[in-house]
Design a protein around this ligand. Structure first.
Ligand code: IMP
Ligand code: ZN
Length: 345
């Protein structure tokens, strides 16, 4: 990779809209939380699994390591604080962090949320951070309902930080259908919604998610008819123009896409549909947002102005408020003005 392009990707102010807290913890952060060396080695092992043997199951097992390392209020706080620092060092100027509230011995789900929020408030980095709280599709309806009740309670206390809800978890379990009413309740209470969509082949569920019209969808690997999806869903997406959170490396490591050259984002590019570039679980996948931008340039021939535009469009797709969006757009314009060398080649 040409080093001036690496510099461009690192220096470009970036917008991260799809990052799970626990999956994002790097092997530099885990030791700070007291994570044993053997666990860190297992965490790193995933990266060495040959492509044909990679699958979602391997990845979902790996989350357990990070969860063990963040099982107290103190470690959740430290993890969040250090993670924000890492994103800021990568010149991410706006971060929407998402996480699933958890009860652990000595830490309630409410303590968990409080610890994440305290870290966001204490962070001294030049980065704007918002929180999306996740419902896990593997959990029972009762657990998800309790989780939503708690989220709504905390949202009323921290409306400037808690901006939305997400549906995540292992896509082979559970269904959007059973939890849809909870997302409707969230929406009626001023929470934005983003839904992991089409990580496995399931056009029926994808259709139901699109019909719900979340503010954004995640991944959408199997939505287009060339990717085991169907034309009705693709036409619906084209009509609704829901912004898609694209996570290139994540799709390769989980095996939903075999090689970057075959990534479904190409259909979004062809049809000029809105999308953002994101890391998903940068700790587990050993990536960074700068690296995802470099990969996008390498495989999909994006130019510097194209990547700048992706950052700019992501601001519009974010859950930031109108003033925050203006501030972020000004930062990006200002950076372009000062870095014209990248645009004049
Ligand atoms: P946490 O919510 O901060 O604990 O982050 C880890 C959790 O995010 C995992 O246990 C999953 O529920 C969810 N997650 C992370 N990556 C993915 C993904 O690619 N698909 C679906 N869910 C995911
Ligand atoms: Zn995700």
């Amino acid at each position: 990779m040409d080093s001036s392009f690496e510099d461009f990707c690192l220096s470009l102010p970036k917008i991260e809209l799809h990052a799970h807290l626990n999956g994002s913890l790097s092997d530099k952060i885990l030791p700070l939380l007291g994570c044993p060396y053997s666990d860190i080695c297992n965490y790193q092992k995933l990266r060495n699994i040959p492509i044909g043997q990679r699958n979602l199951e391997n990845v979902f097992k790996t989350f357990a390591i990070a969860h063990k390392a963040t099982s107290s209020s103190q470690t959740v706080y430290l993890a969040t604080l250090n993670l924000i620092k890492e994103f800021a060092a990568d010149n991410v100027i706006y971060l929407e962090l998402r996480t699933t509230p958890r009860n652990e011995e000595g830490m309630s789900a409410e303590n968990y949320i409080e610890s994440v929020i305290k870290a966001i408030q204490d962070s001294t980095n030049r980065i704007l951070v918002k929180l999306i709280l996740s419902l896990n599709r593997q959990h029972s309806l009762e657990e998800c309902t309790n989780n939503l009740n708690l989220i709504l309670k905390k949202q009323s206390e921290y409306p400037d930080i808690i901006k939305g809800i997400d549906l995540s978890g292992n896509p082979i379990h559970g269904s959007f259908h059973d939890l849809k009413h909870l997302f409707e309740r969230g929406r009626n209470n001023n929470l934005f919604t983003t839904i992991h969509c089409g990580e496995v082949v399931n056009s029926k569920e994808i259709h139901e998610i699109l019909e719900f019209r979340p503010e954004r969808i995640g991944h959408a690997c199997y939505l287009h008819p060339n990717y085991n999806g169907c034309i009705q869903n693709w036409n619906l997406l084209k009509e609704l123009r829901l912004p898609t959170e694209i996570c290139l490396t994540s799709n390769i490591v989980t095996g939903t896409v075999d090689i970057y050259e075959n990534h479904h984002v190409q259909e979004w590019i062809k049809d000029n549909l809105p999308f953002s570039l994101n890391t998903d679980d940068k700790g587990i996948f050993n990536t960074s947002l700068s690296q995802e931008f470099q990969i996008a340039k390498k495989f999909f021939k994006f130019s510097a102005p194209d990547l700048w535009k992706i950052s700019m469009n992501s601001i519009e797709d974010s859950f930031a408020n109108a003033e925050e969006k203006i501030y972020l757009k000004m930062k990006l314009e200002d950076w372009k003005f000062k870095n014209y060398k990248f645009f004049s080649q």
